[in-house]
Ligand binder design. Structure first.
Ligand SMILES: Cc1cc2nc3c(=O)[nH]c(=O)nc-3n(C[C@H](O)[C@H](O)[C@H](O)COP(=O)(O)O)c2cc1C
Ligand code: SF4
Length: 432
């Protein structure tokens, strides 16, 4: 199958090469259609957001009010800070114009005159690459006033993040863009009615937008035939961890996880067994290595197995991995990145980290495992934004899948050689 986004064409990131290969034809076609028909086509294509929540893109666009009494905005989410996710970066580097074209089509469909690209602060070289592509498109009359000689005008601005994962959450992103602290907002109101500066706003992921030009050019029916119909198209699977060839692989949705790991990412170094796999970025519930045979990588298939596609960032861990250490590292990330606005998340992330730390150091107690799950359960669903769930799920589901790994590190269960008597390490380490 031909790739939709990561084309194997030399210098495809350059505007003239992109145009030579039919670039901006989708925009030309869209500009000849009524804006609502563009949204309808995207709706029909069943394109689902690639930013993690899998929300249907066309439906989201249709929530934008039709009236023009307030300015409307598009925020293109390139914050990409979820551990294990590095696919939007590939678009900035290898196909920025397809993303820009998708952004322009989105603006046309929703009557938007200003789009902001919120780009991860640490992506400095990619910020320069994208800015160059935007500048070139401006120079060619593809962005700005009277695009392609029509009365459609739109500006695209880059906004650099400052290294906060939470600013990828759409409402924190808007606060950050407005120059405020990156605190997520309470919803409702939803961004389509009350977004950036209180105006109607749509937030879309970079990969979502990069899918738009081919959908408009070739039609929704073409797109629907790729991959799984309920989650169609290709996905940019980012594979990291214990694989021979880590990288981003564009493949149809529903590709077998084992095929991605063994046929594309080159298998596991030393032919070791897989112990754990996280399928869609650090916040998604993991699988044990013995659970992945026949597992398809699309939202519906993963949901049926208790996980989610997230950002399709696949993290592979081999048989020698210390799962407690991995979870502790993940918990440390969420502890560090919590914005601190709501109590269950702010306090709970700290508690989870401290409990995992003592288990890892051999100072844990039997009741700690139950306590960890209890803290995770009290965060999940009780917070302003989905960060709470993202922090709670790895703890809850990793323990569920790998309980013996945690139990074996609990001091009360450590068996010492003398008559196989079970000692508490506390008795030994803290005499008296
Ligand atoms: C803590 C957190 C971080 C997020 N980070 C990103 C991100 O870096 N990029 C992204 O596209 N979506 C991110 N999201 C999801 C966005 O809130 C939003 O759903 C997404 O940008 C919508 O785009 P889509 O519908 O095209 O997927 C994040 C969500 C949460 C809760
Ligand atoms: S869940 Fe966490 S990150 Fe989200 S608003 Fe609450 S404290 Fe902030």
């Amino acid at each position: 199958m031909e790739n939709i986004i990561l084309k194997n064409i030399k210098n495809y990131h350059k505007l003239d090469v992109y145009i030579q290969h039919g670039g901006y034809n989708g925009l030309k076609k869209a500009l000849g259609m009524p804006p609502d028909s563009v949204t309808e086509e995207v709706k029909k294509s069943n394109l689902r957001g690639r930013g993690g929540a899998c929300f249907p893109c066309g439906l989201k666009w249709s929530f934008m009010p039709k009236s023009n009494d307030k300015p409307k905005y598009l925020c293109c989410n390139g914050d990409e800070s979820e551990p294990g996710s590095f696919k939007d970066r590939q678009i900035f580097e290898f196909n920025p114009h397809q993303f820009i074209e998708g952004t322009l089509i989105a603006c046309y469909a929703m009557g938007i005159k200003t789009a902001y690209v919120y780009i991860r602060g640490e992506y400095y070289p990619w910020q320069l690459m994208l800015q160059k592509a935007v500048d070139d498109a401006y120079a060619k009359g593809l962005i700005g006033k009277n695009i392609l000689g029509t009365d459609f005008s739109t500006d695209i601005f880059l906004h650099r993040g400052a290294g906060a994962y939470i600013c990828g959450e759409e409402s924190a992103l808007m606060n950050s863009l407005e120059g405020r602290r990156g605190y997520p907002r309470v919803k409702p109101p939803f961004p389509a009615n009350n977004g950036l500066w209180g105006c109607p706003t749509t937030i879309n992921n970079i990969e979502t937008l990069a899918n738009i030009p081919p959908i408009i050019e070739k039609g929704a029916d073409w797109f629907l035939k790729i991959g799984e119909p309920k989650h169609p198209g290709t996905l940019l699977y980012g594979v990291s961890g214990h694989v021979n060839k880590p990288g981003v692989y564009e493949l149809p949705s529903g590709t077998l996880l084992t095929e991605i790991i063994y046929d594309y990412a080159g298998g596991i170094p030393g032919n070791k067994k897989i112990k754990m796999i996280i399928p869609g970025g650090s916040s998604m519930p993991p699988f044990r290595g013995d659970e992945i045979e026949g597992l398809k990588m699309d939202q519906e298939s993963l949901k049926a197995k208790g996980s989610s596609i997230g950002t399709a960032g696949i993290i592979v861990m081999d048989e020698d991995t210390d799962i407690v250490k991995v979870l502790k590292r993940i918990a440390k990330f969420y502890y560090h990145e919590s914005c601190g606005q709501c109590t269950p998340c702010r306090e709970g992330c700290g508690w989870m980290l401290r409990i995992l730390d003592r288990i890892d150091k051999g100072l844990g107690r039997t009741e700690d495992i139950k306590l960890l799950v209890d803290v995770a359960n009290n965060i999940e669903g009780n917070t302003i934004c989905a960060f709470g769930d993202a922090a709670a799920w790895p703890v809850k589901f990793t323990i569920q899948k790998f309980l013996p790994e945690f139990e074996s590190k609990i001091i009360d269960n450590i068996k010492l050689p003398d008559n196989n008597k079970v000692h508490s390490l506390r008795e030994i380490k803290e005499p008296g």
